[in-house]
Design a protein around this ligand. Structure first.
Ligand SMILES: [Zn+2]
Length: 564
């Protein structure tokens, strides 16, 4: 960051302005930038001014420079690209630290990473991991024996990438009391061998039989975990997160976010969810609304209710209109009648609803419930959301548009990695794969689309997500031309979904998501011009600095290097 001295003529002018308008002068002005504002009325600018936590002017260098007083900090951005702060519309605070098993590719790699991770833990503590996929295992069958081989006496449980199934070793099953006599829980399955003994694979709600036995984190552990995660978020240019957990924040998590806010250590606007529960009481609903009103305008705030309606494609638990290739189908976790009743109750209370729906069957059920709510409760700006909405039936998109339902999608999911090509796509077959993870079909249908990462399922790096939807290739450029390349979108469209549209998804488009006078001064300075970058350059683009409400929340060491 370069702070240039003022030419004396300009200084003199600034002093004059200052004597007249000292009280109104901006705290800082940024000049000589390439600003993508996201604001249709003024798409591009080279300068902006900030006062307090807001942008107060956006325009040309000359026009903005004129506003400076002697007290104004002047920053020359040397032609850098500036974008509105990224907003992750679907993010999760991880519940604990764990070994990362992403893109392992083989049992040997999973075993090695677990051994490496366990080395630093107390000898008798649980070993927890996450990020494996079925294709990491021989025959795509995860089995406890691979964990027993390396940890015969110590409990181990590892979550798959999507968090919809877990693999436990024999010791973990034993500690959890899961054996051949344990019945499957509602909404879950204990996978068994031919003799009826658990194989260690626990799908959907069955995973909690073991993960529920994990020792809890202390309040301090949770606080440190939160700080680490939100610091990472700021380093990726994120200024807002929507935590889409279906159970809402735990007591420890809520206190951790409140503490970070009180101590001035929260570098993001943190929108938390409440559970969408079919047994909700009128009193609970009133409490949720009161919480939303009480926290309006704070960094930690509430406003949406989340539920999970089906599973995932990779686990074969998504609810499809037609079965998976080779048979089998997921089951919705609520009946249509219960869903309609529940959504209508939250809707009547004025709460926004977000439903995890991945299969076209679940997506249709969600739309039916939203349509029902609109019918019984009358017209209103409701902006209910479908989360993931990976494999919709094309016939449902016009209805989604008409109902004003938001597609809350994960761009990084369009990455055609081994899991996508060898497990995901074959399970749904080519006709449905051609529509899967396609931001394009929502844009074409006029559906508002908010981008998110689903972290910790995927990286929370928005630029990685943008690369995925712009190229539909892996990071090493495969396949040539991209996976279903007709589904690609432009960098600009992707940016819009990560900023303005994501702000719209939380009813905050008047507050943030664009660089415009009156909005929160949330922005990121980039190392390259994202909008003029080749795919390879996109991958090299990094965030140099992030500001939330005018406050610097991240600065990269390389940017520090050419600072004052
Ligand atoms: Zn999620």
């Amino acid at each position: 960051m370069v702070r240039r001295a003022w030419p004396s003529a300009v200084l003199a002018l600034a002093v004059v302005v200052a004597t007249v308008h000292a009280a109104d002068g901006p705290d800082s002005v940024y000049l000589n930038a390439r600003v993508w504002t996201g604001n249709a009325a003024q798409p591009a600018a080279t300068a902006f001014a900030i006062r307090g936590d807001r942008f107060v002017a956006v325009g040309s260098d000359d026009a903005v420079r004129r506003l400076a007083t002697t007290d104004t900090l002047i920053i020359d951005l040397d032609g850098r690209r500036v974008v509105p702060g990224f907003i992750d519309a679907h993010w999760h605070l991880p519940s604990r630290r764990s070994a990362r098993l992403d893109a392992a590719g083989s049992v040997a790699v999973i075993q090695q990473r677990l051994l490496d991770y366990a080395r630093d833990l107390p000898a008798d503590s649980w070993v927890v991991g996450r990020g494996w996929m079925p294709n990491d295992f021989p025959g795509r069958v995860a089995d406890k024996r691979y964990l027993d081989e390396i940890f015969p006496d110590r409990p181990v449980v590892i979550r798959d990438r999507d968090g919809h199934q877990a693999l436990a070793n024999s010791r973990a099953l034993e500690l959890a009391g899961v054996d051949r006599d344990t019945p499957d829980p509602d909404d879950g399955r204990i996978v068994r061998d031919a003799g009826g003994a658990p194989t260690g694979l626990l799908q959907e709600a069955a995973a909690a039989l073991v993960t529920g036995k994990l020792p809890g984190l202390s309040a301090e552990d949770t606080y440190q975990l939160l700080l680490a995660e939100v610091t990472t978020a700021a380093s990726y240019g994120l200024t807002s997160l929507q935590d889409a957990t279906d159970v809402g924040l735990t007591e420890h998590e809520r206190r951790a976010v409140e503490r970070a806010q009180a101590e001035g250590k929260l570098p993001v606007r943190y929108r938390a969810s409440v559970p969408l529960d079919e047994n909700v009481t009128a009193q609970q609903l009133a409490g949720y609304v009161a919480m939303r009103e009480a926290t309006r305008g704070q960094l930690l705030y509430y406003g949406f209710a989340k539920a999970i309606l089906d599973g995932t494609i990779d686990a074969g638990t998504a609810y499809m209109l037609e079965p998976f290739v080779g048979g089998g189908n997921g089951q919705p976790m609520m009946s249509q009648a219960a869903l309609n009743r529940t959504v209508a109750a939250y809707d009547k209370a004025g709460l926004q609803v977000a439903l995890h729906t991945i299969g076209d069957g679940a997506i249709r059920m969600g739309l039916d419930a939203y349509e029902h709510a609109a019918r019984v409760n009358g017209p209103r700006d409701r902006r209910h959301r479908l989360e993931h909405v990976e494999v919709p039936a094309l016939a449902d998109l016009p209805r989604m548009h008409k109902l004003g339902v938001i597609a809350s999608t994960q761009p990084i999911g369009a990455t055609p990695d081994a899991t996508t090509l060898e497990n995901y796509a074959p399970l749904i077959g080519p006709a449905r794969a051609a529509l899967a993870y396609s931001p394009r079909i929502f844009d074409d249908a006029g559906v508002v689309q908010a981008f998110g990462s689903d972290y910790p399922v995927y990286t929370m790096d928005p630029i990685a997500g943008i690369y995925a939807v712009v190229t539909r290739q892996t990071r090493d450029g495969k396949p040539a031309g991209g996976w279903y390349p007709a589904n690609r979108i432009s960098v600009e469209a992707a940016l819009r979904h990560y900023t303005r549209d994501a702000a719209y998804s939380s009813f905050e488009e008047d507050l943030k998501g664009t660089i415009a006078a009156g909005k929160y001064a949330d922005f990121a300075i980039l190392s390259r011009d994202l909008l003029a970058a080749t795919p390879a350059q996109l991958l090299e683009t990094r965030v140099l600095a992030t500001f939330m409400g005018g406050r610097e929340t991240f600065r990269s060491p390389e940017f520090q290097a050419d600072g004052p």
